[in-house]
Design a binder for this molecule. Structure first.
Ligand code: HSE
Length: 386
């Protein structure tokens, strides 16, 4: 296999290094912004040098972002070159277009590293849905946020400290607001729902609230009551609708999800034959992510492609009518806007709401961006409130 590698940042360099011990995976040309030699490869700033090289049969895209990546990946697929990408934003935004391009040209396409870093979650989802109906997925899909929330909880560190650490470790996106505002999780949830439910979910219809407003006092409030805060993505397939949303969520400290530490992800699905299955591993970082890019390349060598046989015909919009209790904490003006009749209890500086439709809560949060909100577990009982 002769490979054109697009991008030589954290993941790209990891792909290059892991490929060195696999002579059948030959990286011929690297497209990168910076100058500088890379042993054994031609370095170019011009993508057409890869596109027009008939020797290169496979393109690996790890530059991230949507605009340029989409242009390059679609051009490569249309030219019949196989593509492996780790780009979740691209896949979430252009899922049906990418699948259609691969189907038309017959190019093979894989994206296992786009969700779950090292886990191989998407490959497992594809296998799972060959045999059964999947009606629920949820999980921790962002290593940066999990790292931050975990260290804030277990080591009582503050928000800025842990964000800097996650950046230094190479977990965070170039602009970490994609992590802490939940957009990265939303992209990964969208892709997972697409594969699990055989749909094309309109990614902008997935409501998102992130962790950027959380503080150490919130964490203490949760710890004292036996909860741990995680940023979760959840999607359900009901008979009449698809639900999908991303939000900080409190899990009981005895729950397995609470024990997911540092940059680890935990992704789960519920299937008609298997019941619930869980998949875990490092969700971010150079080698964990590069590992699954290499796995995809090995799958291409074995002739396996992403499922391009069923390209969804039209986009689905998330409709979130599930009702949950929420913890809300903000300044007194913001909280005064929450109807008194819909408060069930007070937790230190925050309030607990009565059960609210997820869609309604996210609508309210859009107008109250300084408020930190966390959903209580689905089976939360009012008598648990203290
Ligand atoms: N910034 C992402 C994360 C990288 O923290 O999970 C892996 O997709």
């Amino acid at each position: 296999m002769k490979i054109g590698l697009l991008g030589f940042g954290t993941v790209g360099e990891g792909v290059y290094q892991l490929a060195q011990t696999h002579p059948e995976l030959e990286i011929v040309t690297v497209f990168r912004r910076k100058d500088g030699e890379i042993p054994g490869c031609t370095v170019t700033h011009d993508f057409s040098q890869i596109l027009n090289d008939p020797e290169i049969d496979t393109v690996v895209e790890v530059i991230g972002g949507i605009e340029h990546a989409s242009e390059y990946v679609l051009a490569a697929l249309r030219a019949g070159k196989n593509v492996v990408t780790a780009n979740k934003a691209l896949l979430a935004a252009k899922y049906d277009e990418l699948l259609a391009a691969a189907k038309t040209s017959g190019a093979k396409f894989r994206a296992s590293a786009a969700v779950g870093g090292s886990i191989g979650w998407l490959a497992n989802l594809e296998r799972a849905k060959r045999i059964q109906e999947i009606d629920h997925i949820h999980g921790i899909f962002n290593g940066t946020c999990n790292y931050m929330l975990d260290l804030m909880t277990r080591q009582q560190l503050d928000y800025q400290q842990v964000l800097r650490q996650a950046q230094d470790l190479g977990y965070a996106e170039a602009d970490p607001s994609a992590d802490v505002d939940g957009l990265d999780t939303a992209a990964k949830l969208t892709i997972s729902a697409n594969i699990a439910f055989g749909i094309s979910l309109h990614h902008e219809s997935v409501p998102v609230s992130g962790i950027s407003q959380i503080n150490s006092a919130d964490i203490t409030t949760f710890t004292e009551r036996g909860y741990v805060c995680k940023l979760l993505g959840t999607a359900d397939k009901f008979a009449d609708r698809i639900e999908a949303y991303v939000q900080p969520t409190l899990v009981r400290s005895s729950d397995a999800t609470a024990a997911v530490h540092t940059n680890y992800n935990l992704a789960e699905f519920s299937g008609s034959a298997t019941g619930t299955q869980s998949f875990g591993g490092q969700g971010a970082g150079r080698y964990p992510t590069a590992y699954n890019v290499l796995q995809d390349l090995c799958d291409l060598l074995a002739g396996k492609s992403f499922h391009t046989d069923t390209v969804p015909q039209s986009e689905v919009t998330a409709e979130n009518s599930t009702q949950l209790h929420y913890y809300l904490r903000g300044d007194s003006t913001d909280l005064a806007d929450w109807p008194a009749a819909e408060i069930s209890a007070h937790w230190d500086q925050g309030i607990l709401t009565t059960a609210q439709p997820v869609a309604k809560m996210h609508q309210w949060l859009k107008a109250h961006r300084e408020v930190f909100a966390a959903a209580l577990p689905r089976d939360f009982q009012v008598h648990e409130m203290k």
